[in-house]
Design a protein around this ligand. Structure first.
Ligand code: NZQ
Ligand code: ZN
Length: 388
C-alpha cells in the first residue's frame, strides 16, 4: 500500500429530481451564468428547455456559448473567455459530454489568465484560479464531471493536450441517466470503451495495486462489460445508463490511482490520433487497446493479464497463465465487437501512415519511456502500424 493525498470536492446530484436544485447551486456562486453546449443534442432531448426555464423562473441571467466541437478547440475556449469578460459571468454551466465540460473548464481557468488561453494548456501550473463550474452531464464517458482534467485541441499546431488542476473540479455535477437515453449507439460504445480504458491505464500499469483498488477496478470493468452492450441495444434501459454514468465518474476521479500514478500509454497514443485526424476518442482507444495489450504481453506481464482474465471474465484458473492472458485479450476485443466498434485505423478514416513517426514522437513525450512497461518511439510506431 502506498501513501497518497486524496480529495474530491465535487458534489454529485444524481437522479432526475435533483435538477430542481440547480438554481440553488448557481446562487451559491453568483447570478450570471455562461451556458456552454455543443451541436444541439441537448435541445432535442429536453434538458436545454428544462435548464433555461429553471434559470428564468429563478431570475438567474444567462448568456450562451454553443457549438463546442467534439475534441474541443482552443478557438472556442477563446470565444468563451471573451464572452465571460464582456458579460460579467460568475458561473460556468456546461451541459453535455466531455468535450463541452472540458471546454467550460478551460474557459473558467483562462478567465483569470490575462494572456492567451493556449498558454495554460501548454503549462497548467499557470492555472491559479477558475470561475465556479456546475456541470450537467449527458454522456457517460470521460469522467470530466468529477475530475481535474480538461483536454483541448489546437487545430493549427495539431496538438491535443490534457491539463490537470484542482481548480478544475466542478463545484457540482448533476447526473441524470434519462438524459443519456438519446446518446446514439456509436457514442455509447465509444464512451464505454473510454471508461474501460481509464481503468486499464491503472489496472495494467505494471504495479501491484492495493487490494481495495484492484477489486474496485475489476468491479467497474465488469459493469462496463455488462452494461455497455445493453445500453447499445436498449438505449432507454435505466440500469444500464445509470451504472455507466456512475462508473464514468469513478474510473477517473483519482480513487483507483491513489498512490499508484503512472503515465497512460493508450491515452497518449490516442490523443495523437485525435489531434491529427479528429477521431472519436473512445473509438481510437478501442482500436489501440487490444493491440497494445498484445504488444506488452510477455513473461513479465503475463500474471497481470491472467488476473484480469480470471477475475473479470472468470476464465478457468486451472489453465496456463499465458493461455488465460490471451483469452482475456480476445474477450476484450469481443466486447468492442459486440458494441460494433471497428478495429482498424483505416476504418476510422486514417488512410496513410505518413504521420505515425511525428505522432509517436509526441506520444512518447508523455512519459511513456518511463512507464513500468516502457514504450519507446519505435514501439509506438509499431503499435500504430499493427492497428492500421
Ligand atoms: O455536440 P453535442 O450536441 O453535445 O453532441 C455530442 C457529440 O456529437 C453527442 N452527445 C452528447 N450527449 C448526447 C449526445 N447526443 C445525443 N444525446 C446526448 N445526451 O455525442 C458526441 C460526442 O460528445 P463529446 O462530448 O465529444 O464526447 P465525450 O464525452 O466522449 O468527450 C470526448 C472528449 O473528452 C476528452 C476526449 O479527448 C475528447 O476530447 N477527454 C476528457 C477527459 C477528462 N476531462 O477527464 C479524459 C478523457 O480521457 C478524454 O481524453
Ligand atoms: Zn479517455
Amino acid at each position: 500500500m502506498y501513501n497518497f493525498m486524496y480529495s474530491i470536492p465535487t458534489k454529485i446530484a444524481f437522479g432526475k429530481e435533483n435538477i430542481t436544485r440547480l438554481p440553488n447551486f448557481v446562487k451559491e456562486f453568483g447570478e450570471k451564468v455562461l451556458l456552454v453546449y455543443g451541436g444541439g443534442s441537448i435541445k432535442k432531448n429536453g434538458i436545454y428547455d428544462t435548464v433555461v426555464n429553471l434559470l428564468k423562473d429563478n431570475e438567474i441571467k444567462y448568456v450562451e456559448l454553443s457549438g463546442v466541437e467534439p475534441n474541443p478547440r482552443i478557438s472556442t475556449v477563446r470565444r468563451g473567455v471573451e464572452l465571460c469578460r464582456k458579460e460579467n459571468v460568475e458561473v460556468v454551466l456546461p451541459i453535455g459530454g466531455g468535450s463541452t465540460i472540458d471546454c467550460a473548464k478551460a474557459i473558467a481557468a483562462a478567465y483569470y489568465y490575462d494572456k492567451d488561453a493556449w498558454d495554460i494548456v501548454l503549462n497548467d501550473s499557470l492555472i491559479t484560479k477558475a470561475l465556479p463550474i456546475i456541470s450537467i452531464l449527458t454522456l457517460a464517458a470521460t469522467g470530466s464531471e468529477m475530475d481535474i482534467f480538461s483536454v483541448i485541441s489546437n487545430e493549427e499546431t495539431k496538438d491535443k493536450i490534457g491539463i490537470g488542476s484542482e481548480h478544475l473540479f466542478p463545484k457540482y455535477s448533476i447526473m441524470i441517466p434519462e438524459y443519456t437515453y438519446s446518446v446514439p449507439k456509436y457514442q455509447t460504445a465509444a464512451g464505454t470503451a473510454d471508461i474501460m480504458s481509464h481503468i486499464f491505464e491503472v489496472y495494467l500499469n505494471g504495479r501491484e495495486a492495493p487490494e481495495i483498488q484492484k477489486g474496485f477496478m475489476e468491479s467497474m470493468l465488469k459493469t462496463c462489460i455488462k452494461y455497455g452492450p445493453i445500453a447499445c441495444k436498449e438505449p432507454e434501459n435505466y440500469e444500464a445508463r445509470a451504472n455507466l454514468m456512475w462508473t464514468s465518474s469513478w474510473a477517473i476521479n483519482g480513487f483507483i490511482s491513489c498512490g499508484n500514478e503512472a503515465p497512460w500509454p493508450c491515452h497518449a497514443m490516442e490523443h495523437q490520433l485525435s489531434a491529427y485526424y479528429d477521431v472519436t476518442h473512445g473509438h481510437g482507444l478501442a482500436i489501440l487497446t487490444p493491440v497494445w495489450m498484445e504488444y506488452i504481453l510477455n513473461e513479465k506481464t503475463v500474471e497481470m493479464f491472467a488476473e484480469y482474465g480470471k477475475n473479470v471474465f472468470e476464465i478457468d484458473k486451472n489453465l496456463d497463465a499465458m493461455e488465460i492472458a490471451k483469452q482475456a485479450i480476445e474477450k476484450t476485443k469481443e466486447v468492442y465487437r459486440t458494441m460494433e466498434l471497428s478495429d482498424t485505423l483505416r476504418s476510422i478514416g486514417i488512410n496513410t501512415k505518413e504521420n505515425f513517426e511525428a505522432m509517436a514522437k509526441k506520444a512518447a513525450l508523455d512519459g511513456l519511456e518511463n512507464c513500468n512497461i516502457p514504450l519507446k518511439q519505435k514501439d509506438i510506431i509499431e503499435i500504430y502500424n499493427r492497428c492500421f
